[in-house]
Design a protein around this ligand. Structure first.
Ligand code: DGL
Length: 279
């Protein structure tokens, strides 16, 4: 059945997030798979998810899954780490024959393929919900067997990224404070476990005391996984390249911020106000 859907090459890939941050995933997917059509949904009416309960995040995520299925997608990419941590299994069930990939599994796979030492020490930074779920730890143990995982919730980074304070002194001090929660010299790798954090890659690289620490960007990891999956299952489109964007509130604000995350301006953004009615 999965194969049937993917053989409909022209169907779009669905990507969703709690808001704008998932555009970092869209950017990576556009780069890795330039001939795919993409439907993106950002739940700007209900963002942030990272401070909400698992039950709430799950309910929102299932509504969005329905929305994307309605758009005829051939694959769903969960761009939001918080959703990946709280609702992945429910989304897989709801999506039926549509393959679902998530940033946490993709990030853990990238770690396992990056040739680290046996029993590496891996740092994970993410939202409060992602860290509390320990989903990265579970995924890393599944991939590597033996691994030391140290996690740090960084709730101030999402607002800083949305404000555009990427290289700002306040961002530098905040990041330094968070990174100090680790013994940063001991980290073999650091996973950027939140959609917004790839924007801080330069800052983090400069703050990390050891150049040996591998920085893993989950956005790039899921784009690579999606490409591999489509190639392996014969599901690649060769004639697409469109990008359709939907949000649940404030499309204008979304448009203003989009370029920072997507790396290019966004022109067409539609608003969806009746998400729950799709269930
Ligand atoms: N997209 C969320 C994540 O990756 C961050 C923003 C939020 O808290 O909703 O965890």
């Amino acid at each position: 059945m999965t194969k049937d859907i993917l053989h409909d090459h022209h169907r779009p890939i669905g990507i969703f997030d709690s808001g704008i941050g998932g555009l970092t995933v869209a950017k990576a997917v556009k780069l890795a798979l330039p001939n795919e059509d993409i439907v993106y949904f950002g739940d700007t009416a209900r963002v942030p998810y990272g401070v909400k309960s698992e039950e709430t995040v799950r309910a929102y995520a299932l509504e969005i899954t329905h929305f994307l299925m309605d758009k005829g997608v051939k694959m769903i990419l969960i761009a939001c780490n918080t959703v990946s941590a709280s609702a992945k299994e429910d989304i897989i069930l709801r999506a039926e024959s549509i393959p679902v990939l998530d940033v946490i599994s993709a990030g853990a796979q990238a770690i396992s393929e990056s040739g680290l030492v046996a029993t590496p020490t891996v740092g994970v930074i993410g939202t409060i919900a992602t860290v509390q779920s320990k989903a990265y730890e579970a995924a890393l143990i599944q991939q590597l067997g033996s691994v030391n995982v140290i996690q740090q919730a960084c709730p101030l980074l999402v607002p800083l990224a949305e404000e555009g304070w990427i290289e700002h002194e306040v961002a530098r001090l905040t990041m330094k404070e968070y990174i100090q929660a680790f013994d940063p010299h001991s980290l073999d790798a650091l996973i950027l476990g939140c959609t917004h954090y790839p924007l801080f890659t330069n800052l983090i690289t400069n703050i990390m005391p050891s150049r040996q620490t591998r920085i893993i960007d989950s956005a790039e990891s899921i784009a690579a996984s999606a490409k591999q999956y489509l190639i392996e299952h014969g599901g690649c489109n060769t004639q697409g390249g469109s990008f359709n964007c939907y949000v649940s509130d404030r499309p204008k604000r979304f448009q203003e911020l989009a370029e920072r995350f997507l790396g290019e301006p966004l022109t067409n953004i539609d608003i969806v106000s009746d998400l729950e009615n799709l269930l």
